[in-house]
Design a binder for this molecule. Structure first.
Ligand SMILES: [Ca+2]
Length: 319
């Protein structure tokens, strides 16, 4: 083979390799996490899922519900210990002076401060900055999403998707035919009515799905034994949350993260149904007044848990 021809082949081969590696880069999903971190334990473990996941571009974290200023240091500290100080945290409207044990984990933490901009202003600004690209992932009561809608009624036109851990459409794992009120909805019913009625590109992960997925002691141990700053934080927060040695985390918010990361992958069934939030905070199917909502059902528990734990213990952050 002539040297020039051989050299050309090498150049072409390198170009093919370079092009294929660029094409193989997965598109990172721009996401804003709206969370009531600090009461139930799943929020902190959901934020960890996003931080550990390579395919998310986390634009910011917004803090909702109750004593929002007291919750905020948990999020800022988790970002700090994983080397993510550049990710902004915006505080939402305070609605109570409540306090919980998890807050003590970060109550003296000052190394990273939240931004001055309100949560709602931050959401509106970011979705307008990246029209059609942002997934708004809300896993707490809906004050911040509703406030963003009040500031920008056309919010839905700018959003790629809204994924909520929210509602109960048919029933729960313990009683599949008994509708109950879901916490995130009835804690702020008027805000929930506004969000469900706004015609957003809305997907919900309801109690119908989440109540089937609880953490086993073996799975908790797998995370604990990894011993990174992030997994130490998760175990510490878990211990502060435990009400009794037998308490088990239900992975409500993490399932919503999974749906944002990989739509439909971890659910056996999805339905589009018209839903309204009634005055008591029930999410009811209403064929006359309801707006279409995509509902995630039948979680693939073991497949999801393997994926989730794998992300947490293979994360490259904070080592
Ligand atoms: Ca939550």
């Amino acid at each position: 083979m002539k040297p020039i021809f051989c050299g050309s082949l090498v150049v072409i081969f390198c170009l093919v390799l370079l092009t294929s590696s660029v094409l193989a880069q997965p598109t990172r999903t721009k996401v804003i996490l709206d969370t009531d971190i600090g009461d139930d334990i799943d929020d902190a473990w959901a934020l960890a899922f996003i931080l550990a996941h390579q395919n998310f571009d986390l634009l910011g974290v917004t803090i909702t519900h109750g004593n929002t200023p007291a919750r905020t240091p948990i999020a800022t500290k988790m970002l700090h210990i994983t080397g993510q100080d550049k990710i902004p945290v915006a505080v939402g409207r305070k609605t109570s002076d409540g306090y919980a044990y998890q807050y003590t984990w970060a109550e003296n933490f000052t190394a990273k401060k939240p931004i001055k901009q309100s949560a709602a202003d931050f959401i509106v600004e970011q979705v307008k900055r990246y029209p059609g690209e942002v997934v708004l992932l809300a896993v707490g009561p809906l004050q911040n999403v509703a406030d963003a809608l009040r500031k920008e009624p056309n919010l839905g036109k700018y959003l790629k998707r809204v994924v909520l851990m929210s509602g109960c459409v048919y029933g729960t794992a313990s009683n599949p035919t008994k509708l109950i009120r879901e916490w995130n909805v009835f804690q702020s019913t008027a805000d929930s009515q506004l969000v469900y009625g706004a015609g957003l590109p809305l997907t919900i992960v309801p109690l119908d799905a989440t109540t089937h997925v609880r953490l086993t002691e073996d799975e908790r141990k797998q995370v604990r034994d990894y011993k990174s700053p992030l997994t130490y934080a998760l175990e510490s927060l878990y211990r502060l949350w435990l009400e009794s040695p037998t308490s088990k985390m239900t992975l409500h918010d993490q399932l919503a993260v999974a749906e944002a990361a990989s739509p439909s992958t971890f659910f056996g069934k999805k339905e589009i149904v018209p839903i309204v939030v009634d005055a008591e905070g029930y999410t009811r199917i209403d064929r006359e007044r309801g707006k279409p909502v995509t509902v995630c059902l039948e979680p693939k528990r073991d497949e999801f848990m393997k994926y989730y734990i794998g992300e947490l213990i293979h994360q490259r952050l904070g080592r």
